[in-house]
Design a protein around this ligand. Structure first.
Ligand code: ZN
Length: 394
């Protein structure tokens, strides 16, 4: 074995390892800068290795006669570490030079191309990144899932929803729950666009497609509901909104207003009350509680509404809930008896006890005790009395 070549390889390993280790150390140090600001300045950085000891040393590394799998891994880690530090041009240069080598095998080339795609995407060269990723996807290499995920991310950035759906329908994407969820949302984006343009058949088609791709996509039910609502088909709208809530309890934040209106148009107060109660207890979305109490006060009587609201506030106290209580008193002229007032007093006392009394003006850390030194950011005399957001004056 020629010793010169072995020496080259050994040197390559050491330099790469040092560069990567220092890159990580630096990253760690920056993350902990607040704790530790002085460190010995004799430790060189990746920048130093690649800049001060000039680009020639990188060229030298790249010109080594033979690169085996382990050193490829190291090169790729070095490239990633450069990119993470914002040295995108250098990362790109490194990857391009590796890519130009004729002695690497296919799977290695694929890994390098993927890194190049990450570089281009970080540099804002989205077209170039997209071209590489599409090529890689066709090649169906070992990193196909990462390729697909990055390509979809780019297309999402560019709002190319149709392209995403086409990748899926032409069976170019690897399977997987996460990708399916994203494709289903792409279909919903298209459906919402079509809804705005009044292409109703297209909306229905896309919503069905979205649900076929991902049965857990509540958004498809929401869009279907909005389509029906827009066409004054309130029964159908309600059906879709309930389906959405069944699929995802948080869907109520998207459907509440239209759902209330649809039930009202159908003259179905009982149905509305049952749904509001259920969706409030499933989602804990306070506007659902507010709507439930208001409907109860209007449709039944305000005394029941007050009893019910106090019961809910006891387990989930909120300012918005108290506002609703005040509205019962003001708008519906509902008075509270002595035991109800005691109940209000007790709930408010618990809210105040849970409130922070002090807050750090430097990092926002909230505390119940005063501190000279902030336990979070370690700064001195920054913990001040907590002042709740001052109300906007009329
Ligand atoms: Zn602090």
């Amino acid at each position: 074995m020629p010793s010169a070549e072995m020496f080259d390889m050994a040197l390559l390993y050491i330099l790469l390892l040092a560069a990567i280790a220092l890159g990580w150390t630096l990253g760690y140090r920056f993350a902990n800068q607040a704790k530790k600001t002085d460190y010995p300045d004799w430790i060189p950085s990746v920048d130093y290795i690649l800049a001060e000891s000039n680009d020639a040393s990188l060229e030298k590394l790249l010109k080594v006669d033979h690169i085996d799998d382990d050193s490829v891994d190291l090169f790729l880690k070095l490239g990633k570490s450069l990119r993470d530090k914002g040295e995108i041009d250098r990362a790109m240069h490194l990857h391009q030079r590796l890519f130009a080598r004729a002695d690497l095998d296919r799977s290695v080339i694929h890994s390098i191309q993927l890194e190049l795609a990450y570089d281009y995407s970080a540099a804002g060269l989205l077209d170039r990144a997209e071209r590489i990723l599409r090529e890689l996807l066709e090649a169906k290499g070992h990193n196909n899932e990462r390729v697909a995920a990055l390509l979809i991310e780019l297309l999402e950035e560019e709002g190319e929803w149709r392209d995403i759906l086409e990748l899926y329908t032409s069976k170019k994407l690897p399977g997987g729950v996460e990708l399916g969820r994203r494709v289903a949302h792409a279909a919903c984006e298209l459906a919402e666009r079509s809804l705005k343009k009044g292409e109703y058949l297209e909306v229905q088609k896309l919503c069905r497609q979205s649900l076929k791709i991902d049965g857990r996509c509540a958004r498809a039910h929401v869009v279907s509901g909005n389509l029906a609502y827009g066409q004054q088909e309130y029964r159908e709208a309600v059906r879709c909104y309930l389906k959405a809530a069944e699929t995802d309890q948080q869907a109520v934040v998207r459907t509440l207003d239209k759902m209330i209106d649809a039930f009202t148009k159908l003259n179905d107060a009982e149905g509305l009350l049952a749904q509001l109660q259920k969706q409030w207890s499933d989602s804990h979305y306070i506007p659902a509680l507010t709507a439930f109490i208001e409907t109860l006060a209007t449709e039944k009587n305000s005394s029941d509404a007050a009893v019910r609201l106090l019961k809910e506030l006891e387990s989930s106290p909120s300012n918005q809930g108290f506002l609703t209580l005040a509205e019962l008193v003001v708008t519906h002229r509902q008075s509270l008896d002595k035991s109800q007032l005691l109940q209000v007093y007790d709930i408010l006392r618990r809210i105040v006890a849970a409130e922070p009394k002090f807050v750090c003006s430097n990092c926002g850390f909230k505390a119940k005790e005063p501190h000279w030194r902030c336990p979070s950011c370690k700064d001195w005399a920054t913990v001040k009395a907590y002042v709740p957001q001052p109300p906007i004056s009329k």
